[in-house]
Ligand binder design. Structure first.
Ligand SMILES: Cc1cc2nc3c(=O)[nH]c(=O)nc-3n(C[C@H](O)[C@H](O)[C@H](O)COP(=O)(O)O)c2cc1C
Length: 244
């Protein structure tokens, strides 16, 4: 039942993305972050710092999409932006005696429907690589070697983004998580969940004095290939982060 739902959503996704219907499960077997190698090196990010003293109305008024960055982020800035935009927020005991961790970014059904992947192309914030941001532990788990800058640039319809920064986030929609709880119509909430994270990235970046730009212009299959996502997940949005 779940697999049928995922297959149906994947068909919708490929149709809407103008991609041919192919058996991408066979093409990209099991490299989704659900299948991350447990022995992959992880980097514990420094604790996120306060966001500064600007009131929200000032941050909202200053927020802008940045197209020409002054350079990539350092690890402390990356930690601040990720931690505030999509890290853990509050821990509460459940009735069953367990613990539930709430996140800074809301999501439909409280599901971990968006994987936050971080690409450092040049080793500026962390050693070059493709990482999954482990949102509760505030860690980056390496799962791929970094592509070369021209290789990554070729995935974007505006390759010039990586002339100015080499720190990027890729938001990956997890149909397996959402479709495990909800019917097919929740294909739409995956996009909303990604939008929520994107707006938090914008606001956190602005508040810490860095910048970002959402990038919907990328080649779907090639980006999925880079991340090794199976049919049950798809990259929904890239967000370039950098200094201003
Ligand atoms: C979902 C989304 C996708 C976007 N994709 C791109 C993109 O591919 N390339 C780009 O240059 N800007 C992109 N942007 C940035 C918009 O162009 C920008 O938000 C808009 O021009 C308004 O400018 P502002 O963000 O400074 O207010 C995107 C923004 C959003 C929210």
């Amino acid at each position: 039942m779940l697999n049928e739902r995922i297959a149906a959503a994947a068909r919708v996704h490929r149709t809407l993305s103008g991609l041919p219907e192919t058996d991408c499960v066979a093409r990209r077997p099991g490299h989704c972050s659900t299948h991350l190698d447990a022995t992959a090196p992880s980097i514990v990010l420094p604790p996120r710092r306060g966001l500064g003293s600007e009131a929200l109305d000032v941050v909202l008024a200053r927020r802008r999409s940045v197209h020409r960055f002054a350079g990539p982020l350092a690890v402390a800035e990356l930690s601040d932006v990720l931690g505030h935009a999509c890290g853990a927020q509050q821990r509460r005991l459940t009735r069953a005696g367990g613990e539930h961790v709430f996140m800074t970014a809301p999501s439909a059904g409280g599901l971990a429907s968006i994987d936050v992947c971080v690409v450092d192309l040049a080793g500026s914030a962390v050693p070059a690589g493709v990482y999954r941001y482990e949102r509760i532990r505030h860690e980056l788990n390496l799962f791929r070697a970094a592509p070369r800058v021209p290789e990554f640039a070729a995935l974007l319809t505006q390759p010039e983004f990586v002339q100015f920064t080499t720190t990027l986030v890729i938001l990956v929609a997890r149909m397996d998580r959402t479709m495990g709880k909800y019917p097919l119509r929740h294909y739409r909430t995956l996009h909303v969940d990604a939008g929520v994270v994107a707006q938090n990235l914008y606001l956190a970046s602005t508040a810490v004095g860095t910048g970002c730009c959402a990038i919907a212009g990328f080649h779907d299959d090639a980006m999925a290939e880079l991340l090794g996502t199976p049919e049950s997940a798809f990259p929904v949005l890239v967000v370039a982060l950098g200094r201003v």
